[in-house]
Design a protein around this ligand. Structure first.
Ligand SMILES: [Fe+2]
Ligand SMILES: [Fe+2]
Length: 291
């Protein structure tokens, strides 16, 4: 059994909710996690004091590998000169030096891809051809039996009710590429609401290959829950064995100051297929088409 804790959008700064953050730390310590993922928006305005608090928070997480990625709030929005010249300086100093990274734990390869695009699509995010090649190379070097996970801040599937956010630009094309890489799970945030997506539901076509389960976390510790999660905080626990991928949403109850399971989604774990040469060529062709 492999277990991942997935939090997001902790937003140190004005909207941060310290009670929810402390409750999350207690809840995370009760899960025998193999890794903890925090999928971006560590701060509200990318300020040094916000990053210091976020770094202190990360140190209090269970002592297992931590997998992180920047969010759009982790680059300065209003300090335009800094955004243009050194957008990730504070993130790199306090959270992680690498913006795209690979974490390998027994039974699982996690690839973090930075979707915060400070020069262009600062709100909707973006992925480049180079980043998808980086992911493809990392998964190609993984054991066949590994769960393949991508961590990206911006959503690759819209919320089920389409309220409040479209998917990242070129999301369908990116998902098709991730299907061909036989990625099992994408962990993301940004919209401040927990939901599940599936590449089979958001890309047209028959029997394209490997479905990608898209797991979104709401904001784990801020007052900025959106849509049906207004003022609500959440995180996910993902448990995987040889046959199933189980995702459990947990939401914060301010009354008893604790997180509780609120929804369970179970998916069959698909066998990994050897990629035929023709499909590998198609994937490379698709990557060539990216800007
Ligand atoms: Fe956020
Ligand atoms: Fe965000």
């Amino acid at each position: 059994m492999l277990t991942l804790v997935h939090a997001s959008d902790v937003h140190f700064g004005a909207p941060h909710d310290p009670r929810a953050a402390e409750a999350f730390l207690r809840a995370a310590s009760r899960v025998a996690a193999d890794a903890v993922v925090v999928s971006g928006d560590f701060t509200q305005r990318a300020k040094v004091h916000e990053y210091r608090a976020a770094a202190a928070f990360l140190k209090l997480l269970p002592p297992v590998p931590r997998v992180v990625t920047p969010g759009n709030h982790d680059v300065p929005l209003y300090r335009v000169w800094e955004r243009l010249t050194a957008p990730f300086r504070n993130y790199r100093e306090f959270i992680a030096d690498e913006l795209d990274s690979v974490t390998r734990i027994p039974g699982c390869t996690l690839v973090s891809l930075n979707t915060a695009a400070p020069y262009s699509a600062i709100v909707n995010g973006s992925l480049s051809r180079r980043q998808l090649e980086f992911a493809s190379d990392a998964f190609r070097a993984s054991p066949e039996s590994d769960l393949r996970v991508v961590v990206a801040h911006h959503q690759l599937a819209p919320p089920p009710d389409y309220h409040g956010g479209q998917a990242m630009p070129h999301a369908r094309r990116h998902l098709a590429d991730l299907e061909r890489m036989e990625v099992d799970v994408v962990l993301g945030g940004h919209l401040h609401r927990a939901y599940i997506g599936n590449s089979l539901d958001v890309i047209a076509g028959e029997d394209r290959g490997h479905p990608v389960v898209i797991v979104q976390s709401g904001t784990t510790s801020s007052s900025r829950g959106r849509a049906r999660e207004r003022l609500r905080c959440s995180f996910n626990v993902v448990r995987v064995d040889a046959e199933t991928i189980e995702v459990v949403h947990h939401h914060y109850d301010r009354g008893d100051d604790d997180f509780h399971p609120t929804g369970v989604h179970v998916f069959p774990r698909r066998p990994r297929r050897a990629l035929p040469a023709e499909a590998a060529t198609r994937m490379l062709d698709s990557l060539q088409g990216l800007e």
